[in-house]
Design a protein around this ligand. Structure first.
Ligand SMILES: [Zn+2]
Length: 140
């Protein structure tokens, strides 16, 4: 029995997120997604890009610790919730990689922007006891 959560993603936010990741190519981009949640909907309303300090940034990501803390304070100050984290796959699809599986932390949602195609394609996942579950994306 799974209770499915729908992600309502506005066009503008989608484009900004893809563009932010595109500008960091060939490196992976990463950050947090702000928004709110109801019982069956996840509604993102913004994001914060966080510098990727992974030494092998073309194939991994690690949040800059200072910027990560700043993003959390910023959220708290503005009474916003961090509903997920995002990162990009510069040359890969938007499916979770082996590394993603290993570096798992309990977030509400994981956003992966894949650039296997030229356009940048967003997928949103939750990690459950059954593994990765892809969440349906609908226009806001
Ligand atoms: Zn990944």
């Amino acid at each position: 029995m799974s209770c499915e959560i729908i992600v309502k993603l506005g066009n503008r936010l989608r484009e900004e997120l893809v563009e932010t990741c595109r500008r960091r190519l060939p490196n992976e981009a990463c950050g947090v997604v702000y928004g709110y949640r109801t019982a069956d909907e996840l509604i993102p309303d913004g994001f914060a890009w966080i510098r990727n300090v992974a030494p092998n940034a073309e194939e991994a990501f690690a949040f800059d610790p200072g910027e990560w803390i700043a993003a959390c304070y910023e959220a708290q100050k503005n009474q916003r919730l961090i509903v997920g984290v995002f990162h990009s796959h510069p040359i890969g699809a938007n499916a979770p990689s082996k590394r993603d599986e290993q570096s798992l932390v309990p977030w509400d949602s994981y956003w992966i922007i894949g650039f296997a195609g030229s356009d940048g394609d967003i997928a949103v996942y939750r990690h459950t006891e059954q593994g990765w579950v892809s969440l349906p994306l609908v226009p806001a």
